[in-house]
Design a binder for this molecule. Sequence first.
Ligand SMILES: C[S@@+](CC[C@H](N)C(=O)[O-])C[C@H]1O[C@@H](n2cnc3c(N)ncnc32)[C@H](O)[C@@H]1O
Length: 250
Amino acid sequence: MVSDTAVYTTLANVFQALFIGDLHRQSDLLNILPEATKSIYRHSMAEETQTFSCSPENNHLRAEDIVYNSLGFCIVRGPSTLRSAGAGVFVCKGRVQKGAVVSMYPGTVYQNYEPIFFQSIGNQFIFRCLDGTFIDGNDKGISKTVYRSCSRRDQLGPLKFCDVTWLTQCPYNPLAVGQYVNNCSNEYAANVCYQEFNVPASFPVELRQYLPNINYSHDIEGPLRCVVLIALKDIGCGEELFSNYFTFVR
Ligand SMILES: C[S@@+](CC[C@H](N)C(=O)[O-])C[C@H]1O[C@@H](n2cnc3c(N)ncnc32)[C@H](O)[C@@H]1O
């Protein structure tokens, strides 16, 4: 198990790198941030202007490259090694160290008393946390509609509290593909496990837009539940991620 502090630090560092890589699109948000927060990015803004002043779109690093620079690896969805298992998730660049946060499980977060019946019909992407909280990571149908609707409900002007791009083929946060990780088998042992993580109130407000989770209800008090996938061993480039659907930590 990895400490909450380590998970927090990893997510904050990667999201900050993604935010800095995206500064030319974040000007509305930067304008409303407190001066102390703005000053964190001032240096990067100056560099960004110098580097990208000619052709911002063409020169901009891709999110995958930013994650690679930040973590030393990148992951991607692709056809699974397992026959007839559909898609899976692979390390496509670099190497994952044992104990690293490899991926995130995106989706709408439901308390155990909230209605999820219609969303759950034929849905292979519902993750059940130890305390009965559910995360619906389906990127299609009613699940997709519910997530989009919750995200718009919670948005305050340019301030977004979650990422919706995991619902597309090109997520801004490339780690948000954990719902596509397949179950281990006799042939392929688990190399990642699930770990629950509560996003504390102190998580930087400008970085929440990269969190791929949102509460179904607006009035849930307390931290947002996230689930991250942690490497159980070193994982090399080209290897597929496998979890054990029936075990997770905490
Ligand atoms: C959460 S989804 C994982 C993503 C899925 N592969 C896809 O492309 O949608 C779970 C489903 O993946 C398939 N799956 C996962 N692990 C598998 C395995 N070890 N062997 C065969 N199918 C598997 C099963 O259809 C299962 O219901």
